[in-house]
Each structure stands twice: as structure tokens, then as C-alpha cells.
Design a protein around this ligand. Structure first.
Ligand code: FES
Length: 99
């Protein structure tokens, strides 16, 4: 089954194993900061607390246990955190909340 759970700053949403993490968060109504969406600026950086992702080669600096959400695809349930609380778009009607 390709569905998985993404926990971001304590909020659980449903995810998958084929789209970039940033895209999945946006579809779930969570709006992390970003600029380039191609691994160059580092604006989408977050900490990977648990789980694993595949991440394509990037130019932006990432510290240990950090990933770029625009270039990372979850491989299993993951928990991540941003240093700030991302905005949430509560008007999204197809938001899926993991139980
Ligand atoms: S948005 Fe620029 S590295 Fe992800």
C-alpha cells in the first residue's frame, strides 16, 4: 500500500511514496516556506525526526538529520519538523487527516 502518514510539527496528514514532500504538504493544506522548489535555496529545509526519504542531489546546504522537502520523497511513515509553525490553509476541502 502506497499510503503513509506524515507528521509535521505534530500534525498528522496522509501522504504517498511518489510525490515530493513539499507538494504533499501543500495538498494537505500545510504551507511550508519555499522559493526555488529545486534544491537550490534551502528555504524548505526541515528536520527528519523519524522515518526515511529518498532525496535527489541538491545544491543547498542541509545539516545532519535535515532534508529539503521539495526534493524528498517519503519511503515510509515519517515525522518532520520545521523551525516555525507552517501556515495552514483551512479552506482546502480535500484535506486528509491521518487517524
Ligand atoms: S524550495 Fe529551494 S531548496 Fe526547496
Amino acid at each position: 500500500m502506497s499510503q503513509l502518514t506524515i507528521t509535521v510539527n505534530g500534525i498528522k496528514v496522509c501522504g504517498n511514496r511518489h510525490e515530493p514532500l513539499l507538494t504533499q504538504l501543500e495538498k494537505a493544506g500545510i504551507e511550508p516556506e519555499y522559493q526555488c522548489r529545486h534544491g537550490m535555496c534551502g528555504a524548505c529545509r526541515c528536520k527528519l525526526i523519524s522515518g526515511s526519504v529518498t532525496q535527489q542531489d541538491t545544491l543547498a546546504f542541509v545539516g545532519s538529520n535535515e532534508i529539503l522537502s521539495c526534493c524528498s520523497i517519503p519511503q515510509q511513515d515519517i515525522e518532520i519538523s520545521f523551525d516555525y509553525q507552517p501556515n495552514r490553509n483551512l479552506k482546502v476541502t480535500n484535506t486528509k487527516i491521518a487517524l
